[in-house]
Ligand binder design. Structure first.
Ligand code: UD1
Length: 361
């Protein structure tokens, strides 16, 4: 079975690596191709992940780059269509909820090529999020929907998707996490940054970083938290651009006030960093799940989550961006004794890739 695996942006790489790895192990059954759209292209947003995740170099690179949503989605479609026509795969796998996910699924459905969506059914019910639109549309048009949790199955049923298209297989990203943990322990990031007790922050959602007033308010709140515990903040390029345009720009270069800004980190360094943190504050989707598995308290700086299982597992708290809510939740989490009791939702067991391949066969 010839399968094209699509990657585009940073949160795709850790979802595709276990699939390609499993296909290579089962080479009698599968011939995998990796197509990188180039939605993310900086070394630390892309190449570093291939190396850390032992993902083979892409067979094809579409060099799409940044742009408006329409331009980026359209360019991915234009450049992916001839690839599909040339390769005639049996299946195309798209993962997650980035623009490349939707663009490639749309190309396939129009050509009558089978497409499967990995990490289907997640819903924040917030249509101002570009990812929510990508999730909704990709799920409507894909032939097979691989879900990470049973709440996702419920969402798909509620949208009228027939049962035979839905497969609950578990969380593919956790395959990478469990496989790479021992290698991450060899990272020196904690020593290099001279860390003992610390919190980790990541922020990149347009709703948090695109408006300078909102971003300024969040950064000032983080400074409050950093009076209690040092914070390490690897900065996403979107966020960096915004901070550089603000009056607070000079704070980017420091260790002042307890916040240590760093460039984006590779997969292994970042895993080693957050796995040792007392607390994580983030607006990422994936990090809410990764902290659940490792039992690290996570505060989500958004008004909603498409990953409610992380809240029911009680590692994740949705705090929004109200300064008082963030600081009181952070201080409450820090007052608790450190616990790293893992919370493992059903089928987040490191074997999701094989379940997906079995279903494809
Ligand atoms: C994208 C995804 C988002 C995901 C995030 C993870 C969509 C709609 N958004 O958001 O779901 O959570 O990736 O990182 O697909 N840039 C660089 N170097 C790069 C890539 C981007 O400097 O390698 C800069 C560009 O100026 C670009 C900006 O970051 O304009 C935003 O990149 P873009 O891919 O549009 O969206 P993300 O915010 O990264």
């Amino acid at each position: 079975m010839k399968v094209i695996n699509v990657v585009g942006a940073r949160p795709n790489f850790m979802k595709v690596a276990p699939l390609v790895d499993a296909m290579k192990r089962r080479e009698q059954q599968f011939t995998p191709l990796v197509v990188h759209t180039g939605q993310h292209y900086d070394t630390m947003m892309s190449d570093a992940f291939f190396k850390d995740l032992e993902l083979p170099e892409p067979d094809l690179y579409l060099n799409v780059g940044s742009g408006s949503h329409a331009a980026q989605t359209a360019t991915v479609m234009e450049r992916f269509e001839p690839v599909v026509l040339q390769e005639q795969p049996d299946w195309v796998l798209v993962v997650g909820d980035v623009n490349s996910t939707l663009a490639c699924a749309l190309v396939c459905v129009k050509l009558g090529i089978k497409v499967a969506h990995v990490e289907a059914g997640l819903r924040s019910h917030d249509r101002t999020m570009p990812e929510e639109i990508n999730r909704l549309l990709t799920d409507q048009i894909s032939d097979l929907l691989f879900t990470p949790s049973q709440d996702a199955d419920e969402n798909l049923r509620a949208e009228g998707i027939p049962e035979e298209r839905i497969r609950f297989v578990g969380n593919i990203m956790i395959d990478s996490l469990l496989k790479q943990l021992p290698r991450a322990e060899r990272s020196n990031i904690r020593q290099d940054l001279q860390l003992n007790e610390y919190a980790v922050v990541t922020l990149h959602r347009p709703s948090n970083v695109d408006d300078p007033k909102t971003l300024q308010r969040i950064l000032e709140t983080l400074e409050q938290v950093s009076l209690r515990i040092p914070i390490v903040f690897p900065v996403h390029p979107r966020t960096e651009k915004m901070i550089l345009g603000m009056e607070m720009a000079e704070r980017l270069h420091y260790g002042k006030n307890g916040i240590m800004f760093t460039p984006p980190l590779g997969y292994l360094d970042f895993l080693q960093l957050y796995s040792g943190a007392r607390l994580v504050l983030t607006d990422s989707g994936g990090i809410q799940e990764e902290t659940t598995v490792l039992g690290i308290p996570c505060l989500t700086l958004r008004e909603n989550t498409e990953r409610p299982i992380t809240v029911t597992m009680r590692t994740n708290t949705i705090v929004g961006t109200d300064p008082a809510k963030i600081t009181s939740a952070a201080f409450a989490a820090l007052d608790h004794k450190k616990s790293t009791e893992r919370r493992i939702p059903p089928l987040w067991d490191g074997h999701t890739a094989d379940r997906i391949l079995d279903a494809l066969l």
